[in-house]
Structure formats: C-alpha cells, structure tokens
Ligand binder design. Structure first.
Ligand code: AQP
Length: 344
C-alpha cells in the first residue's frame, strides 16, 4: 500500500462524525457565525462534517413562504462563503430528507413530556408567543435529536443555548439503545470556550437572536457599514468606561468577546490596548473591524446568491446523499421498533 493511501486510511479511521445546522428563520447573525459556523468550518478540516439548513425547525414559528425560501438560499450561500466545501462536507436541506421527521415521530414516542417542558428555549419563546405557541415549537428538540442521531454523529458544535437540546438527544439515544438494542451513537455537544453565547447588543442579559423583536439586538452578517456602525455605537454597555472582559459587566464583555474572535486577539490583549481610552474609541474600532471582516464575506454571499440554480443543485446533490445515508439508519430503526415486516 502506498504511504499516502495508508495515511488517508489512517486519518479516515480517526475522523469523528460532526454535525451542525442552522435555522433559516432570518438572516444569520454574528452569534450564529461565532457559535456555530466558524467551529464547523474548523472541524471540516479533520472530520466528517454534515451541515444543513433546518427549514422544518424554522417553521415552528410563523414564516412568510417567499421569505423562508430566500432565507434557505441565503443560509446556504453563507455557509459556502464562510468556507464550507460541499466536496468535503455533506451540505443539505433538512426538509428534503423525510427520514428526519420519521425518526422524530418514533423518538416522540419515547420522550417524556417533562423532558420537553424543562427546555429553557421553549420556556423563553413561550413567554413571548403566549397563546400562539405551536406544538412544533414544543416538539422541536425531538426533531433536532433525530437530525443528530440519524447520522451516527459523535460531536455537535453548538452555542451554549443549544447544549440542553444536545443533552436531550443523548438521553434519547441511551434510552432507545437500552430498550431496543444498540442503534444510535451517543453524541457529545462541543461548546467553544469564548463566544459560546453572544449576547444581544440592545440587551446583553439575553442572547443575540435572529427572531429578536428589534433589529438592534443582532448584528446581521449582511448589515452594511453604516448599520454596523450605528448598532455597535448604540450597543448597551455600562457607566464604568473601562474596556474589560468581566462577567459582572455583560455589555462590554460581549463586545470584547466579539472583537477578540474576529481579530484573533485575546481579551487580555484588547484590555491592554484600551487602557486609558473610553468606550467610544473601542466601539469605533470594533465597528471598523467588523466592517473589514464582513465586507468580503458579504461579497462572496452576494456572488453565490446570483447563481441560485447552482445553490439549488448543491443542496439537491447533498440531500440525495443524505437520504441514502439516513435511510440505512431508518431501516435498522424500523426493524428494532418492530414495524418492519421483512425479516431479512
Ligand atoms: N447568540 C448566540 N451566540 C452563540 N451561538 C449562537 N447560536 C445561536 N445564537 C447564538 C448558535 O447558532 C446555531 C444555529 O442556531 P439556530 O439558528 O438553529 O437557532 P437558535 O439557537 O435559536 O438561534 P437564533 O438566532 O436565536 O434563532 P431564532 O431567533 O430563530 O431562535 C446553534 O449552534 C446555536 O447554538
């Protein structure tokens, strides 16, 4: 065997299956980039990555059909612009792989009401939606568990907000394996140390969210330089006036975190650079750094969006491969549960 072939085989044997996904519930923001996209791009190098657009998650809250379609394409263009390579990564659209909803139904029949009632994200969103909360919103962590378990996923890089959902997927995998025989790999959440929870610019006590009621909450990856400047300059901080990463001061710490990640400097380095300077100088530099970071990314996203047919082709090709893989797992699951009548 040639040395390079041997090396490739050895590498493949140690590659982990990694999975990540984003809801096309709006234009992706810097929190999605830091919490999910950048870690996914990193893991693509040495792992087997599955990355998809979870459109059936997005409809757990009302979406305008034409906007949803656009957001699916924009999310795909964003993944590609950020460096996801469909030759290395299985890139697809969740709704094109019906095995996700099929497995979700089976897992529904093993999950407990209390497990879902405890989900923090559900409780937060219910507070906002009140009577209009859908059954889908309640059940969405189960669909997410199905997304993960179908592909023998070992690692799920997520932001802090999704940790509880990955833990539910673990519990459901362990229970299914116990009751029906070894079927699912038990996944692990992977949460980055800095930037796992980017906070809202208008309220740093809550996480940045696409569906926040005010656009001042998030920094969209498509915001233009003037919007970036305005949002950063008006970001909520405190009266201390000292640039520092300090958990008791969530506003300024959040901005230092964003600065640190996009400029690849440590928070300590940033603190040193701003000794004796005020928030105004810091925010101005942060807005400039974000503009420099986002403009080339936006140009790439725009180019991908100009070739809609290509984007659809990439998603369709990925979805075909995902269906084949997911179907193999579902054949085992149907047998284990007892609904498959063929014995062979
Ligand atoms: N603020 C955040 N900081 C760090 N990571 C974040 N993520 C989301 N918000 C932050 C991570 O991005 C990935 C995709 O999330 P999602 O779009 O599937 O759902 P979400 O977590 O509910 O994100 P949003 O922006 O808050 O969407 P909406 O408003 O539609 O619910 C996940 O890995 C998530 O952790």
């Amino acid at each position: 065997m040639r040395l390079d072939t041997w090396r490739l085989e050895l590498k493949t044997a140690f590659m982990s299956k990694v999975l990540t996904a984003i809801q096309p519930s709006g234009i992706l923001h810097i929190g999605n980039y830091i919490g999910a996209i950048e870690p996914a791009v990193e893991s693509q190098r040495d792992n087997e990555l599955r990355m998809f657009v979870v459109d059936y998650h997005a409809i757990t809250v009302p979406q305008k059909p034409e906007e949803l379609r656009k957001n699916i394409l924009t999310a795909t263009a964003t993944y590609l612009a950020c460096g996801i390579d469909p030759k290395k990564t299985l890139l697809f659209q969740q709704s094109q792989v019906p095995q996700h909803t099929e497995l979700a139904w089976i897992l529904n029949c093993t999950a407990r009401m209390g497990e879902l009632e405890r989900m923090t994200q559900f409780k937060d969103k219910t507070r906002v939606r009140g009577e209009t909360t859908t059954v889908g919103l309640f059940d969405y962590p189960i669909l997410m568990a199905a997304d993960i378990l179908l592909y023998d996923t070992a690692i799920v890089p997520v932001g802090e907000d999704q940790k509880q959902h990955v833990e539910l997927a673990r519990d459901l995998a362990i229970r299914f394996n116990r009751d029906f025989g070894e079927t699912f790999v038990v996944p692990q959440p992977k949460i980055r140390e800095v930037g796992a929870r980017i906070m809202g610019l208008d309220d740093p006590t809550k996480k940045m969210s696409k569906s926040a009621s005010s656009p001042k909450n998030y920094l969209s990856l498509l915001d233009d330089p003037e919007t970036i400047r305005k949002k950063i300059m008006s970001a909520v901080t405190d009266n201390e006036g000292k640039v520092a990463f300090d958990e008791t001061r969530p506003g300024i710490s959040n901005l230092v975190t964003i600065f640190s990640i996009i400029t690849k400097q440590t928070p300590e380095q940033i603190e040193l650079d701003y000794i004796g300077k005020g928030y105004g100088d810091f925010k101005k530099d942060l807005a400039e750094a974000l503009t420099l970071f986002l403009l080339p990314l936006q140009a790439k996203i725009k180019t991908y969006l100009e070739h809609e047919d290509e984007l659809i082709k990439i998603l369709n090709a990925g979805s075909t491969r995902a269906r084949e893989e997911a179907e193999k797992k579902m054949e085992v699951v149907r047998k284990r549960v007892g609904v498959c009548l063929n014995q062979d």
